[in-house]
Unconditional design. Structure first.
Length: 303
């Protein structure tokens, strides 16, 4: 993959922290900056990228130059195991390690990615076959972004991901604290009467409009969904000596964008999560460029 300038891994070790959502939106953001971007979905047993990038029902084609990735846009291509099955939604990948390893090698060697500025690799939870094969076969990795949620039950596993990177010699570009509090506009909140299923939303909204109309446009509702009393990802990063690059709130609009296979940066619907993601992505790019500058601007050739 000598035609790829920068290679970024997205991992966690913990499932359900929003890693794939982050990978998809990272890819959308880089493509939106006019970079040539490839997204490799290595979650063989639970691939999410076709859904999150609006590519359900698409398939890859084999030509003389190799397997063709599926394109979201002219500068954003995706490869996933889902593109290789006739009925991907209902076909499980009941595979042992050797077969998984073989597919990863094919994704790296047999897929015709072409010229690319960034390759984003969405990895499955854990530190097992897929991760070991990837690190062994993909040289010149610029670093990993590690995604977690604030609570300790997630970070118990995420710490293992940090240590995996350290032992494997992969630079940790930063840790992202995802789902860091539920945040949404007051107008999107549904109010229920305590102890019943009676919807009193209209009564509450009418009361606010009558007594404090300015709050309807300027106030967001915030709630700490996950326990972060242990200091969250920021404290974990301090203890482990890795960069903390920011928090992304639990934004229902971001969830809707992922379900529809859309970028959260289009329009202004993801007004809470999009700015947070943009700030994090800018820090990651700056970190990669700084590392390149310190090395004299030289990139190792990748076979």
């Amino acid at each position: 993959m000598a035609t790829v300038k920068y290679k970024i891994l997205v991992l966690s070790c913990k499932g359900g922290v929003g890693k794939s959502t982050f990978s998809a939106q990272l890819s959308f953001a880089l493509a939106g900056m006019d970079h040539l971007v490839g997204l490799m979905d290595l979650d063989i047993c639970g691939p999410s990228m076709p859904k999150m990038l609006g590519l359900e029902g698409q398939s890859s084609h084999l030509s003389n130059s190799g397997w063709s990735p599926v394109y979201v846009e002219d500068n954003l291509s995706v490869m996933s195991i889902s593109f290789m099955f006739a009925d991907p939604d209902d076909t499980p990948a009941i595979w042992r390690g050797p077969r998984k390893n073989d597919l990863i090698k094919r994704f790296l060697k047999d897929v015709h990615w072409g010229e690319m500025d960034y390759l984003v690799v969405d990895t499955p939870p854990g530190t097992s076959d897929e991760h070991i094969t990837l690190i062994k076969c993909l040289t010149g990795i610029d670093g990993a972004i590690i995604v977690t949620t604030p609570q300790e039950v997630a970070m118990v596993d995420v710490r293992k991901g940090v240590n995996f990177c350290k032992k494997a010699g992969v630079n940790v570009l930063g840790v992202v604290e995802n789902m860091s509090g539920l945040v949404q506009p007051l107008s999107d909140v549904k109010f229920m009467k305590m102890g019943s299923s009676v919807d009193v939303t209209q009564d509450m909204i009418s009361c606010v409009r009558e007594n404090a109309p300015e709050l309807m446009d300027d106030v967001f509702v915030w709630s700490q969904v996950f326990d972060s009393s242990g200091g969250g990802a920021e404290r974990m990063c301090e203890e482990m000596g890795v960069p903390f690059v920011g928090k992304v709130p639990l934004d229902p609009q971001l969830g809707r964008a992922a379900e529809r296979g859309k970028s959260c940066f289009e329009g202004n619907k993801c007004s809470v999560s999009a700015p947070a993601l943009k700030s994090i992505i800018e820090k990651v790019i700056a970190s990669i460029k700084m590392k390149e500058d310190l090395s004299g601007g030289e990139k190792k050739e990748t076979p």
